[in-house]
Design a protein around this ligand. Sequence first.
Ligand code: NAD
Ligand code: TYD
Length: 355
Amino acid sequence: MQDAFTPTSLLVTGGAGFIGSNFINHFMAGNPGCRVINLDLLTYAGNLKNLAAVEENPDYRFVKGDICDAGLVAGLLAEGEVDAVVHFAAESHVDRSITGPDIFVRTNVLGTQTLLEASRLHAERVAGFRFLQVSTDEVYGSLGAQGYFTEETPLAPNSPYSASKAGADLLVRAYSETFGLATLNTRCSNNYGPYHFPEKLIPLMIHNILKKKPLPVYGDGLNVRDWLHVKDHSVAIERVLKLGKPGEIFNVGGNNEWKNIDIVNLVCDLMDERLGRRPGESRGLIAFVKDRKGHDRRYAIDASKLKRELSWEPSYTFERGIAETIDWYLANQGWVEEVVSGAYREYYEKQYGQH
Ligand code: NAD
Ligand code: TYD
């Protein structure tokens, strides 16, 4: 294990999104005195309400802006005397990448390269500077019924989203190999928890069950995902940032594989209990719809390197995490209603209207 790196000033990108905001809330609670600049463009997926807990903190600063704006990024790194970048900003939804891939290449590839280039120049003046790229297991492609992705698994992305993330990861590698930039790269499985945008499977199902709307399950519903609570992901990122050896990749996963249909059934049953509906009632809303194009069959991640080298373990059981997540959505209907109004309605009609 490396000697611990103690950041004094972080630039977090995409910190108003699902994982970025959970990370900032977690990190600032545990690292008083470390300054955090949150650079976020506030696309449809960004929401400052996620950050109510830190907005009054004098060490926190929000900047609305684009990671593709090289001048802005360079200015923030210099002014903020930043000694680490934690890079979350991305277009993150696979279905949107199928209907409109361009923005995924711009934000995920060009945006990452812009940050890397500014970081390379900045690092010449700041000893110990680190760049942490937050990525996904989807860069490894799809598994059959057996096996796990390790850090050595060749990249074989299948969707425009995962291809753009793989492109970004390879640029991170190139900046480490060519320029000696101290980079770290995490690749995590599917996250769930509070502030998850309701276009993604779990919050979409919670929302539709509540509204008694159809529950669209793609294909045969037997695709498998590994689910990790977003707070466990946040802890993993903090640990890699502080203790990871530069140049390394760390897989992050929950060892918690679920077939989509089983997770939808579980969410239905937990919701029925909470809403006082008759057992099985919400399962009646399930509608098998046309499959996603290029739908990856199974993701499963071997996170043993992170466990072995950095002593990380998930703290949430799925039973507790999913129950708390459902309760969070039920208690925060105002947040959901705001998010699903406006532009998201149009997306929803386009994505599910024809099914
Ligand atoms: P999200 O879509 O909820 O949030 C993305 C954030 O990035 C938003 O706040 C958005 O406003 C911001 N953003 C988008 N374009 C920007 C730009 N050009 N400049 C500045 N900000 C911009 O995404 P998420 O689910 O929180 O994912 C965060 C990161 O974690 C992504 O890099 C994603 O690839 C990765 N990841 C996600 C998961 C998951 O399950 N959600 C799993 C593994 C890895
Ligand atoms: P998603 O939450 O979009 O995450 P990812 O595609 O990054 O894994 O989808 C999780 C799984 O759920 C995936 O196999 C696709 C499936 N899915 C549905 O069956 N119906 C839906 O409406 C959505 C959004 C996803």
